[in-house]
Design a protein around this ligand. Structure first.
Ligand code: BES
Ligand code: MN
Ligand code: ZN
Length: 502
């Protein structure tokens, strides 16, 4: 889809296609709507009389073939209360508009949405966030469809956003376009089936996408990891025919001396549970168990594309958890990269094993300023928080507050759960340093406590359990049109902007 910004002077309804204008609550028409209403001899005000449109956010009023203007369609969109209009709301509205126009006949649309009085959003930001919403909605994962393609076709291919200062809007959009690219990469990786996307293929794609942007990429295979002592990560991968991989991505856009922000991702390309095998229905969707790694990779792409002034390192542990004759077993003891021994009591609690070694490697090699890991770690977090919040666990309250703030801005929200020595007791092993499951209760917390065992002294760390938000059934939000949501890219990008960029 082509999205561009045009000045009000160039834009007139003398052109065909759909024209989208706006009203706020109580059907107060904004200037562009007033103008087009006049030019069409009152088509909008007449239609309003026969409609239940009141200007609430997300409402639409549509007039087909209005007389007096060349536009094929006038679409009036509700913005709601001007005071509550914000960036993420505009993204939703942009996505809703695009969705509406997908079912229409036109290939082109103009969006002419004024900033309402009493709104604190700036004009360029309004245009840019509308465009961002349109772009996010344009995502589709149709590469494996071969029949009835016309059912999935979208005629809308050109969207022009009318704004008083197109250059300013373009500038505001530049960063968001980069974030959308990162989200799309993350969604693609999550949606891709596991016979197509296995560890080496994930690593290959990460390299292909990122190295051309100036990200330094290293890929460690099993031989190298064995030499270095990645006993926990390799234990998980040993029952798979596919080779495990560790991918290290470095973006150095900040000051030379500045310690990097480290992002670590769980990349289980398929989680069968291993010998502690999942039941059939529990295994469906486990191609998405690499969503943490996908979010890290997508974020690195966004940072590099917009040349973020920050030093960031992304480390992802890529494995497949499978149950062949060489698989690790319940009762096995693994020696992790940190030297700590782990008694495996359930091979389905594999994500924490992968993260343990990835975290140790990241901290020892990069001495980062802080480390944030993302993982579809526990079903228990879905039971606790459902689909609207990711769980956050941390040893640093300031970092939690920063993540929470970025979450409020982007709509990728988080909810803090506790860490406490009490829960750590639940993962004491009878024979090794730690065991990989806690017990029947507080499963997300004991998983986080396990990770904490691998956080080095004084390291600032947060863990995001994204099992409930990384994918979705149906379409819950207009700007998230596919199964894989790309959750985390927006949040991490925003966190960098708010706190860590020079
Ligand atoms: N990948 C799963 C967690 C998961 C479950 C993500 C459902 C998304 C939806 C993880 O590896 C897992 O299997 N966790 C177990 C841990 C248990 C064995 C202690 C779980 O949550 O049941
Ligand atoms: Mn598992
Ligand atoms: Zn898993």
């Amino acid at each position: 889809m082509q999205i561009s910004f045009v000045g009000s002077a160039d834009a007139t309804a003398k052109e065909g296609g759909a024209w989208v204008v706006a009203a706020t609550e109580s059907s107060v028409l904004l200037p562009a709507a007033v103008r087009l209403d006049k030019e069409s001899s009152g088509a909008l005000t007449r239609a309003l009389k026969f409609s239940r449109f009141t200007g609430k956010s997300g409402q639409f009023l549509e007039v087909l073939a209005p007389s007096g203007i060349k536009a094929s369609r006038l679409l009036l969109v509700g913005l709601g209360k001007p005071e509550s209009l914000d960036e993420k709301g505009l993204e939703t509205i942009g996505a809703q508009i695009a969705g509406r126009l997908y079912t229409a006949h036109e290939g082109a649309a103009h969006l002419e949405i004024d900033v309402p009085k009493k709104s604190k959003v700036r004009k360029a930001e309004l245009a840019a966030h509308l465009a961002f919403g349109v772009r996010l909605k344009s995502y589709a994962f149709d590469k494996y469809r071969t029949r009835n393609l016309e059912d999935y076709e979208r005629k809308l291919n050109t969207v022009r956003i009318v704004t008083p200062d197109p250059a300013a809007a373009r500038k505001a959009y530049a960063g968001l376009g980069a974030v959308a690219d990162g989200i799309f990469l993350a969604r693609d990786l999550v949606n891709e089936p596991p016979n197509m996307l296995y560890p080496a293929e994930f690593a290959r794609r990460a390299k292909a996408q990122l190295s051309r942007l100036g990200v330094k990429i290293e890929i460690l295979g099993e031989a190298e990891m064995k030499k270095q002592g990645f006993g926990a990560l390799l234990g998980v991968g040993q029952g798979s025919a596919r080779e495990s991989q560790l991918v290290v991505m470095q973006w150095n856009g900040g000051k030379k001396s500045a310690k990097p922000i480290a992002l670590v991702g769980k990349g289980v390309c398929f989680d069968s549970g291993g010998l502690s095998i999942k039941v059939g229905t529990g295994m469906q969707g486990m191609k998405g168990d690499m969503a943490g790694a996908a979010a890290v990779t997508g974020t690195m792409l966004a940072l590099a594309t917009r040349k973020a002034r920050v030093n960031a390192v992304g480390v992802i542990g890529l494995v497949e958890n499978m149950p062949d004759g060489g698989a690790f077993r319940p009762d096995d003891v693994l020696t992790s990269l940190s030297g700590q021994t782990i008694e495996v009591l359930n091979t389905d609690a594999e994500g924490r094993l992968v993260l343990a070694d990835a975290l140790t490697y990241t901290q020892r090699r990069f001495k980062p300023k802080l480390v944030i890991d993302l993982a579809t770690l526990t079903g228990a977090i879905v039971a606790a928080l459902g689909f609207e919040h990711a769980g956050v666990f941390s040893n640093n309250d300031q970092l939690v507050e920063r993540i929470r703030s970025a979450g409020r801005y982007t709509g990728e929200r988080v909810w803090q759960l506790p860490l406490d020595p009490f829960y750590d007791k639940m993962i004491r092993s009878k024979i090794a340093d730690v065991k990989n499951i806690g017990g029947a209760n507080s499963g997300s917390i004991t998983a986080a406590q396990f990770l904490l065992r691998f956080i080095e002294k004084d390291m600032v760390w947060a863990h995001l359990d994204i099992a409930g938000v990384a994918w979705q059934d149906g379409e819950q939000k207009p700007a998230i049109p596919s199964w894989g949501t790309g959750w985390g890219v927006r949040l991490l990008n925003r966190l960098m902007i708010e706190h860590y960029e020079a």
